[in-house]
Design a protein around this ligand. Structure first.
Ligand SMILES: Cc1cc2nc3c(=O)[nH]c(=O)nc-3n(C[C@H](O)[C@H](O)[C@H](O)COP(=O)(O)OP(=O)(O)OC[C@H]3O[C@@H](n4cnc5c(N)ncnc54)[C@H](O)[C@@H]3O)c2cc1C
Length: 453
């Protein structure tokens, strides 16, 4: 009899685990209450990047004159934007469902929960079904954190889930939270023409990032007229018919037409029957996992945001893939553990920001000797041709061996270009491997070879 593998939550972790396990011979069931593709497709990665792409197209029209064109005027059409998001999500959902069905994965559209360590209960429009499982994956994701001092109404006080797009273009959007999500929404709405104020609890946006990288982004925000309220922590939001007032702990307050909360996420781990099945949760409600993504109950796995590791779609999908291998016993052969420190990530702002591997600040904090080389895109022929020479490439390598340890890219197409450094970091390549690659000319990638020199 095939191994029975039941997955609760069909986001990147769940559907990737499902396809791989089915391909390897498991009998797989996925239970999903919203859409297969998960919050990643419905609310997070995909609609946010689709809206940012529209903002990017608007920005391009503003740069038209600098590109030798007569001036162009773009007008935002919120209905068209909403339809475009729905069309992209629909297309992606269909292709994932087709892939799962082609692998004979059973999809139950309903809510799943554990009832003991080997039984999953699915509640759907067809009724309640009990499914016995040899292995279970909990990949239920997370949702925006809403503090007790804010009453989200989806009208003027929003989370990211109300913003694709909101009912109307905010004339003045106050964004609380200056991490990755906060700065992407600053970029999105200021590209659309909204006035934006960003409440920054520390002295720098993106507090976890390299100071030089954060400074490049702040400069762009200030150039666009974004107001940065630094060193302020929001403690309350009042609203009336016309707008909102966000109050901060230092007495400052800012009035706007809308407020958007981007202050992190909480795991979807309650109501899943985890404790009753013997699965331990940490104080934040996440499921602690080992390097095979097993919870303390060995045949119950957790992946994606609910596992409390890096909250990235790419990481969730890779966890799903590794879990499929482990469930099917393939980890005993040719298996590489997932190394979270080598995950590439990007921030889709202007300029775009991407990094991978060791960060310069961490190397200094550890007293580790590294070689840091950096070139600006202003020296790149392609960047000048594209009319956008902002930003730089920075590569960190081992001074003795030349092995690439990490890097940051700020500038056009950074999210694509970082793939070269991600491959180098994962495969343990040396800076000379990059320098000696015969790259396309003119291309932005040439800056990587120059930085590696
Ligand atoms: C605004 C925003 C933008 C982002 N952009 C990016 C990006 O550009 N790149 C990137 O890599 N990451 C991005 N992320 C992070 C990324 O979205 C998450 O890390 C990723 O979605 C996590 O995948 P997951 O598999 O854990 O689950 P999710 O995508 O959260 O999916 C979980 C699924 O489980 C379902 N579910 C939950 N409970 C149950 C239940 N009891 N029964 C049945 N189904 C259930 C939910 O309906 C959901 O569909 C972004 C996040 C946000 C908030």
């Amino acid at each position: 009899m095939a191994l029975r593998f039941v997955i609760i939550g069909g986001g990147p972790a769940g559907h990737t685990a499902a396809t791989h396990a089915a391909r390897l011979g498991a009998e797989v069931t996925v239970i999903e209450r919203d859409i297969v593709g998960g919050a990643a497709h419905l609310w997070d990665c995909i609609p946010s990047k689709a809206m940012i792409a529209t903002g990017g197209a608007m920005a391009l029209t503003k740069r038209a004159e600098g590109m030798g064109l007569a001036s162009m005027q773009a007008t935002l059409d919120f209905e068209a934007l909403r339809d475009r998001n729905a069309a992209i999500e629909g297309r992606l959902n269909r292709s994932i469902c087709e892939l799962l069905e082609s692998q004979s994965v059973r999809i139950i559209r309903g809510t799943g929960r554990l009832d003991g360590p080997n039984t999953v209960v699915a509640d759907s429009a067809d009724g309640t079904e009990r499914i016995e499982a040899d292995a279970i994956l909990v990949s239920t994701g997370s949702r925006p954190r809403i503090p007790e001092w804010a009453e989200v109404d989806g009208d003027r006080i929003l989370t990211t889930r109300h913003a694709y797009p909101p009912k109307e273009l905010p004339s003045h959007l106050v964004i609380v939270g200056s991490g990755v999500t906060g700065v992407e929404f600053v970029h999105m709405f200021s590209s659309f023409g909204s006035k934006v104020t960003l409440i920054v609890s520390r002295q720098q946006v993106l507090p976890a990032k390299d100071a030089e990288v954060a400074a490049a982004l702040e400069e762009n925000f200030l150039d666009r007229g974004v107001v940065l309220m630094k060193g302020a922590r929001a403690i309350g939001i009042d609203r009336d018919d016309d707008g909102v007032v966000v109050r901060c702990d230092d007495g400052r307050q800012v009035a706007g037409s809308h407020a958007l909360l981007a202050i992190g996420a909480i795991p979807n781990s309650e109501s899943v029957g985890l404790e009753a099945a013997g699965v331990e949760l940490d104080r934040g409600g996440y499921v602690p996992i080992n390097h095979h993504c097993q919870s303390n109950v060995p045949h119950i796995y957790a992946a994606g945001d609910v596992s409390g590791k890096l909250p990235l779609s790419s990481v969730a999908a890779m966890q799903g893939r590794k879990i499929a291998e482990h469930v099917m016993g393939l980890h005993t052969r040719d298996h590489r553990h997932l190394d979270y420190d080598k995950a590439a990530s990007a921030i889709f702002t202007e300029p775009e920001i991407a990094d991978v591997g060791l960060a310069e600040a961490d190397a200094f904090a550890e007293g580790r000797k590294i070689r840091v080389t950096k070139v600006p895109f202003s020296a790149s022929a392609k960047a000048l041709i594209e009319g956008d020479p902002r930003g730089f490439v920075k590569i960190l390598s081992d001074p003795n061996t030349g092995v690439v340890l990490g890097g940051s890219i700020v500038g056009r197409n950074a999210a694509e270009l970082i793939s070269v450094l991600a491959l180098a970091v994962t495969a343990g390549l040396k800076v000379t491997d990059i320098v000696e690659s015969l790259l396309v000319h003119p291309s932005l990638a040439e800056a990587l070879a120059d930085a590696a020199e």
